[in-house]
Design a protein around this ligand. Structure first.
Ligand SMILES: [Fe+2]
Ligand SMILES: [Fe+2]
Length: 365
């Protein structure tokens, strides 16, 4: 059957794809015409945090999923962020720490020279296993806790959300690297701490309470131990574990110190309240290993005892190991006090529990 001319024209006609389309959305924009260029460390958040995109509001009015700086629209369901105030969660270094975290990620599978592991005397391997069991347990809390706070923080304060997301990834890697170390050399995991003291972190009801207890106190104490990695490591694989973990941990501690500083500067009336959180959390810092010779702040006596054995192995003497464990405890407490001083809470030294005050160096000025 022949196709008539009209049908042919209809078949070949170009449809007008714009006909009937509403393109008014193209006019609904945040500020346009911005430009950003890579700085010394690439195109970081600092480079794009300009104009209205760079202003984290003191109190966010927005309860939707809208990104900061985007054009708002009517009728959008609320997500229900619970922390509208910037001061509740802010830390001036959050964006920088996030960028650093992304740039310094590492893999426990391929960045640790596992082939350097060597058989150890049975008591030393058991001490390593106990040490790693406790750290694995602690790292779970350090990942679980920030994850509870993420959905409460507004997208207007996205830098803090992204930092906390990076911390959760860091902690996943820490718990996996210590688990791998425990299992890779024949020791396996040992007894869990049973330490209810750690619950004080995950049960915190206020962000500043959580951050001060977890970032400044808890992670600070762990960081001091990681920095002594050369005395704990028996080979290059373990040295690298401590070096890389300490690098991550320093970001978490830095966030907490800067958050505390921010809140003390912007809401000085909260100072006593923060003392009350520390009063609740500091008794968790225990001195005294199971044998009474290895006092180390870690929240579990077996942790201190296992650390004393590892120090002793490195130094070639049990007595020297116990002495270094005592020195480690002093170092932990003094570094904890130093961080509080940097944040602006130097007066805390006069309110510490007696067993902690006992190992504190005199104030520098
Ligand atoms: Fe960690
Ligand atoms: Fe951490």
């Amino acid at each position: 059957m022949a196709v008539d001319q009209k049908t042919m024209e209809m078949l070949h006609a170009e449809p007008d794809i714009a006909e009937g389309l509403d393109l008014s959305w193209m006019d609904q924009t945040g500020e346009r015409g911005m430009s950003a260029h890579p700085g010394r460390r690439g195109l970081t958040l600092e480079e794009i945090n300009k104009g209205p995109y760079g202003v984290a509001p003191a109190t966010t009015e927005d309860q939707t999923m809208g990104p900061r700086g985007a054009a708002r629209r009517a009728g959008v369901p609320r997500v229900g962020y619970k922390l509208p105030k910037k001061s509740d969660i802010w830390s001036e270094n959050a964006a920088m720490l996030y960028e650093e975290a992304v740039q310094r990620q590492w893999s426990s599978a391929t960045d640790i020279p596992w082939e350097e592991l060597r058989p150890l005397p049975d008591d030393v391997e058991r001490a390593y296993s106990q040490f790693c069991t406790f750290l694995t347990e602690v790292e779970f809390i350090a990942g679980d806790t920030p994850s509870q706070w993420l959905p409460q923080i507004s997208n207007d304060h996205y830098e803090v959300k992204m930092f906390l997301a990076s911390q959760i990834m860091d902690e996943a890697r820490h718990l996996d690297v210590f688990r791998k170390r425990a299992l890779a050399n024949g020791g396996g995991l040992m007894q869990s701490s049973g330490n209810a003291g750690l619950r004080v972190i995950i049960e915190a009801k206020d962000f500043t309470e959580m951050s001060t207890i977890m970032h400044v106190q808890g992670e600070g104490l762990v960081q001091s131990i990681f920095r002594m990695g050369e005395f704990i490591a028996t080979n290059d694989a373990e040295k690298r574990i401590f070096r890389l973990s300490a690098q991550d941990e320093s970001r978490h501690v830095a966030f907490g110190v800067m958050h505390l500083k921010y809140i003390l500067e912007t809401e000085p009336e909260r100072r006593e309240e923060i003392h009350s959180y520390l009063e609740k959390a500091e008794p968790v810092i225990v001195g005294g290993g199971a044998n009474g010779t290895a006092p180390v702040a870690g929240g579990a006596p077996v942790f201190g005892a296992s650390l004393g054995i590892l120090f002793g192995h490195s130094l070639g003497s049990e007595d020297e190991g116990a002495r270094l464990a005592m020195a480690a405890f002093r170092r932990q407490i003094n570094e904890y006090m130093h961080r509080l001083e940097v944040a602006g809470m130097g007066e805390r030294r006069y309110r510490l529990p007696a067993h902690i005050q006992a190992v504190l160096d005199p104030p520098k000025n």
